[in-house]
Ligand binder design. Structure first.
Ligand code: NCD
Length: 360
């Protein structure tokens, strides 16, 4: 365990650290979850196992009632200053599973920010009423700033980053790992698999967070498949180089399809356009239609963080390769596991599971 504390660092010094170095500040209470780089493989495995245990316990009424006692003394604030369906709902559902009450602000135009209050003051206000802040914000790095700010108050409560700018979406990466792990549990796990990322890789925060988590697995090959203007940024490729993870950067989706064990589709992130420039880019070759299933490996899975547009044709939605609906539901379980470990109460679930061995 690291004993590095956010309160010991001025903001500028913290901001200047590498992602890996920043991660060392979130390994002790209050256990902020802010960036993918704070996770180790052991931690991912612990969270995946815990998610499965919570899911199984929740199947029976006695189990569900037990889970609801685990955090009944806590309250969570969901602050979503950007649109969200899945992330918001799955966090909210995860809180309900564990008995946490929730409050929310889903649109800063309904908060005192319209009266000129700074987002920092708004967040400090939320922390007076809650024991946990789950937040999504358009400004990259703002969740880190909030965590740092909390550490300099008398009430340092954990912050979970539910999506920040175009840079990080660590909890989406967790549910993606959980989905990969479950999909490959009978075929050797995630190690050694070929994973293709397709679409807007430049501005898709889910890809940026997941690509890093995959460096924690052995012998991976990653493919970044996108038109040149939307290709993955060099900072991610540098992280992969440092970690020794193999990758290929290509616009040729057809050549990658037969090699991939998992294909991770994404939509165009045109909310970040300055002047509607994405509309000029031809993305027709970066989509999956029914005929592509023929050239993919039979065992390959198709993932998507959702929402989708036209990059996955709806007529494959019920094919066995299409795991994106399951992926979405996995988010609820892994977020419940994350929230429980944030409060250090995972031991109670493990004990219940070992005592009662709930049905699969
Ligand atoms: C993603 C996001 O918000 O970054 N959505 C999600 O959380 N499932 C992906 C997207 O919006 O394209």
């Amino acid at each position: 365990m690291s004993d590095k504390k956010l309160k010991d660092l001025p903001w500028q010094d913290f901001k200047a650290l590498s992602l890996k170095e920043k991660g060392e500040y979130f390994l002790a209470p209050p256990y902020h979850t802010l960036i993918a780089q704070q996770f180790t493989r052991e931690k991912l495995e612990e969270l995946c196992n815990l998610a499965t245990r919570i899911k199984r316990i929740n199947k029976r009424r006695e189990g569900a009632n037990f889970l609801k006692t685990l955090l009944s003394d806590k309250r969570a604030m969901l602050y979503f200053a950007q649109p969200s369906s899945r992330t918001y709902l799955s966090f909210n559902a995860a809180c309900q599973i564990l008995g946490l009450d929730t409050m929310d602000v889903r649109d800063s135009s309904t908060s005192s920010e319209v009266k000129g209050e700074s987002p920092e003051d708004s967040l400090r206000t939320f922390s007076s009423y809650a024991d946990l802040i789950i937040m999504r914000h358009p400004k990259g790095g703002f969740a880190e700033r909030v965590a740092w700010m909390m550490a300099h108050t008398k009430r340092e409560i954990p912050v979970l980053n539910a999506g920040s700018g175009a840079d990080q979406h660590p909890t989406q990466a967790l549910l993606d790992i959980y989905t990969l792990q479950r999909s490959f549990e009978n075929s050797g796990g995630i190690d050694g698999k070929h994973v293709a990322f397709v679409g807007d890789l430049k501005r898709g925060r889910t890809v940026r967070s997941l690509a890093w988590l995959l460096t924690l697995y052995k012998n991976m090959t990653l493919y970044f498949v996108a038109p040149e203007a939307l290709q993955i940024s060099d900072d991610i490729l540098e992280l992969l180089d440092t970690a020794g993870t193999k990758y290929e950067v290509t616009p040729d989706f057809a050549s990658v399809m037969p090699k991939a064990d998992a294909i991770y589709m994404t939509r165009i992130q045109d909310e970040w356009d300055m002047q509607n420039e994405s509309s000029e880019i031809d993305i027709s070759d970066f989509s999956i239609r029914a005929e592509h299933l023929e050239i993919m490996k039979e065992s390959a899975i198709i993932m998507h963080p959702l929402p989708r547009r036209k990059e996955i044709c709806t007529d494959i939605d019920n094919e066995p390769q299409a795991v994106y609906w399951r992926q979405m539901r996995n988010g609820m379980w892994i977020r419940a596991a994350l929230i429980l470990t944030t409060f250090g109460r995972q031991g109670e679930v493990n004990k219940y599971y070992d005592d009662y061995k709930p049905v699969k």
